[in-house]
Write a protein that binds this ligand. Structure first.
Ligand code: PLP
Length: 397
């Protein structure tokens, strides 16, 4: 099977699809049609490239981490998405979809957010493009992530605190879908990762693939190799990972996706959907999920709010089924150690999400020869996580 085949029927192998209420069916169909039209449009692509360059700060560099490599072995490189406006890769997608919404004549954007990072990136894109912005967020998260709530409001967005269910991300998504069903004419739903019904996983993947495309261009210019031996990225919904991997699917290199192991898979407190989950349907698509025997969604745990989601993008489920990408799990403790190690050795404070990928890179580097290379996508910066780390480590730093 061609790994890069487009999901024209909305499916990646047996995964994906459009599991939506009947009222939304014409809406996702229209979105698919409009997107397929616009992605070939020269004017749209020029506008997007210009904003990614001048507003978001692309292209991002690849950095050779000499100190980390010396200590652990191999050659470790980082694709610096942490240097983008907003401090993470999320802006690539928010700008892309906001521009898409605008060209579809939509004036109102809704989005869901867990940790608040996607909400902030969307609020930025909406301020930039003069779109009305409303963000759904579980009331637990509103409390836990108050600085991001303030940022969203400062950027002109309205934040709705969702009090149903576990009052976290999955409840915010349910509420956003409810709003969408009611306001389909005026409203565009801007999804934050490669999840949801088709065509979203494809759209978000395409906008994030700028990461992998740049790596392909840059890597041969700064090394003696065409492509890295191993590419590693963390997986929450899976957007920075698929954006990194997609351009490399047909190449000879190892691809590794790293999920959050939380307090341990054996303890049942984790977010390792692909490593420990099973197949089912959630939020419009068939994919791997964390569910109990009755199909009820399980509570997830991770020290990193951005990886704390019980589902995962359907294309990752497909790539797992084809054995093209290896999915592994890194626990809270290992991620925190990598967070500190990266800060001390390279002077870069990485996001806790990214620290999972760095921990896996450190493990693998020790088995690599001097000439072999690992490239890690540094999905975001860690300033937002310093209070969590301070609390976790106490006086032990
Ligand atoms: C949101 C986020 C993630 C997880 O999202 P993906 O869709 O899996 O990429 C990872 N890293 C950072 C820095 C994030 O903000």
């Amino acid at each position: 099977m061609n790994l890069k085949s487009q999901p024209t029927d909305g499916k990646f192998g047996t995964f994906g699809g459009k599991y939506v209420p009947e009222t939304l069916m014409p809406v996702v169909d229209e979105l698919e049609e409009k997107y397929n039209e616009i992605k070939e449009n020269k004017e749209f692509n020029e506008k997007l490239s210009k904003l990614l360059k001048d507003y978001a700060g692309r292209s991002t560099p690849i950095y050779f981490a000499e100190n980390l490599s010396k200590k652990y072995g191999g050659k470790i490189y980082f694709k610096r998405e942490d240097l983008l406006h907003g401090g993470a890769h999320k802006i690539n997608n928010s700008i892309g979809q906001a521009l898409l919404a605008k060209s579809m004549g939509k004036k109102r954007i809704i989005a869901e957010t867990g940790a608040g990072q996607h909400g902030v990136a969307t609020a930025m894109a909406c301020a930039l493009l003069d779109l009305k912005c409303e963000i759904y967020m579980g009331s637990n998260d509103v409390e836990r992530q108050s600085p991001n709530v303030f940022r969203m409001r400062l950027l002109g967005a309205e934040v709705h605190s969702v009090k149903s269910g576990s009052q976290t991300l999955k409840d915010a998504i349910n509420e956003a879908i409810r709003d969408w069903v009611t306001n389909v004419e005026s409203t565009y739903y801007l999804i934050g990762s490669v999840v949801g019904p088709h065509p979203y996983p494809m759209i978000v993947r395409d906008f994030q693939s700028v990461i992998g495309k740049e790596i392909k261009e840059q890597f041969p210019k700064i090394t003696s190799q065409e492509i890295p031996d191993i590419l590693i990225a963390c997986v929450g919904g899976g957007s920075n990972a698929i954006g990194t991997f997609y351009p490399f699917l047909d190449d000879e290199c190892k691809l590794v996706g790293v999920e959050a192991g939380g307090l341990g898979i054996d303890k049942g407190k984790h977010s390792s959907t692909l490593v420990a989950g099973s197949e089912g349907v959630l939020h419009g698509a068939r994919s791997y999920l964390l569910q109990d025997e009755d199909g009820q969604i399980q509570e997830t745990h991770s020290i990193s709010a951005g990886l704390d989601y019980p589902g995962v993008g359907p294309e990752h489920s497909f790539l797992k089924s084809q054995d093209r990408v290896e999915y592994v799990s890194i626990n809270d403790e290992e991620a925190v150690n990598a967070f500190v190690e990266m800060s001390r050795l390279e002077g870069i404070i990485p996001a806790l999400e990214t620290s999972h990928a760095i921990a896996e890179a450190i493990k693998r580097a020790q088995k690599l020869g001097d000439k072999q290379s690992i490239l890690v996508t540094l999905s975001g910066r860690g300033d937002k996580d310093t209070p969590i780390i301070a609390k976790h480590l106490g006086n032990n730093l």
